[in-house]
Write a protein that binds this ligand. Structure first.
Ligand SMILES: *Cc1c(COP(=O)(O)O)cnc(C)c1O
Length: 379
């Protein structure tokens, strides 16, 4: 589809080849949490699976069970002080990754503009391209805290925009968008008539103040949706359980498309997922503390080796400029060959990432120590 996909694939192939040859490669490439989910939620799923009523089509099919959607709305009330109507403003998703696909299908005609704030998760670009959109990438720079500078976007582009994809807290940078920046985006969406989708997959993994929701902005429900999931918040990536919340018209249009493709998540998963969304914050506090240890170790270790590191205020990645601004694909290939350390080349996430690399924090502390030791020896 685009060269970044092939680039990742070639690095993965090199990694597999080295592992096959007996190399002990330490893999920082994939954001796939290795921490366990809450044990009581796994128990809840076991009980839900044993319920014979749970093996038929879900009562509300694609939309999601009422109780799951109430739990999503309840979480928004507690966490963000945002009031949502479970029926009009919420929708179950099979993980939030699918949202970009349905949003583009629902809202984009060939030639319409889709705006993406880069560096960005590759799903937005892939789906926008799939539906014939003209992609306008806003390059977000470290000196602006990786936030978009709207003055760089011509009014002619804003006028043709159908969707603005935001992802805060951000993968790969960990940047958080403060409420006043969300306010600016919402004002532009009102002025130019486009829809905002903020991907809040990392909303619970933060190290400073809790990141806000775009829906906290007054009037946001008329122009914005937010998507999230249990994948990173509860270490449940494999469950494929997420949600879309916000603008009732957009939620309705996505639901209409989903009715042709799925019948909603497995009811037992929705019941255990609702219980997870109602858990106390203790689980997240512990999870953040564990990620913080890893984050600090990787940030310090990379800095000691000459990387210019943006200390992430949120998320599960460390984004770093390579020493001497070496090109990211060459740097990554060299780290793998010489140090048996795998990380992602920043160019995968957009043009502005070509001298950056991304380290995922889904590697245990002992392996992080070993990786930083290997790196440190070479400097
Ligand atoms: C991991 C990740 C997701 C998670 O997607 P799910 O489909 O919910 O598992 C979504 N967005 C971003 C930016 C991610 O990094």
């Amino acid at each position: 589809m685009d060269s970044s996909v092939y680039l990742s694939a070639s690095i993965r192939a090199q990694l597999e080849a080295q592992r096959g040859a007996g190399d002990d490669v330490i893999d920082f490439t994939i954001g796939n949490p290795d921490f366990p989910p809450p044990p009581e939620i796994v128990d809840h799923l076991a009980r839900s699976i044993a319920d014979p009523g749970n093996h038929r089509y879900a009562a509300h099919e694609s939309a999601g069970e009422r109780d799951y959607r109430e739990a999503v709305a309840g979480m928004y009330r507690r966490r963000f002080d945002v009031t949502l109507d479970a029926t009009r403003n919420t929708l179950a998703l099979l993980g939030c990754k699918e949202s970009a696909h349905y949003l583009c299908m629902a809202l984009v005609e060939p030639g319409d503009v889709v705006m993406i704030c880069e560096p960005a998760y590759t799903t937005y670009r892939g789906n926008a391209a799939l539906f014939g959109a003209e992609i306008h990438a806003i390059q977000c720079r470290p000196e602006h805290g990786y936030l978009p500078d709207w003055s760089e976007v011509p009014a002619s582009v804003l006028r043709r925009t159908k969707i603005l994809f935001l992802n805060y807290p951000n993968n790969p940078t960990g940047a958080v968008m403060p409420l006043d920046a969300f306010e600016k985006a919402v004002a532009l969406a009102h002025e130019y008539g486009f829809v905002i989708c903020n991907d809040s997959a990392y909303a619970e993994l933060y190290y400073d103040a809790p990141p806000p929701s775009v829906l906290s902005v007054p009037g946001a429900l008329e122009v914005a949706v937010e998507v999230g999931s249990l994948s990173k918040s509860f270490n449940l990536c494999g469950w494929r359980l997420g949600y879309m919340v916000g603008h009732p018209g957009v939620v309705e249009r996505v639901l209409r498309l989903k009715q042709f493709t799925d019948a909603g998540p497995f009811p037992a998963l929705q019941q255990a997922g609702a219980a997870a969304l109602r858990l106390s914050d203790t689980f997240h506090r512990d999870l953040r503390a564990r990620y913080r240890v890893r984050r600090d170790r990787v940030v310090d270790g990379l800095r000691a080796c000459g990387y210019d590191v943006f200390p992430p205020p949120a998320g599960m990645f460390v984004w770093a400029r390579t020493p001497d601004a070496e090109r990211s694909d060459e740097h990554v290939a060299r780290l793998l060959r010489e140090h048996r350390i795998a990380c992602n080349p920043g160019g995968v996430y957009g043009l502005s990432g070509t001298s950056f690399v991304r380290f995922a924090l889904s590697v245990n502390e002992a392996l992080i120590e070993e990786a930083m030791y290997r790196l440190g020896k070479s400097f």
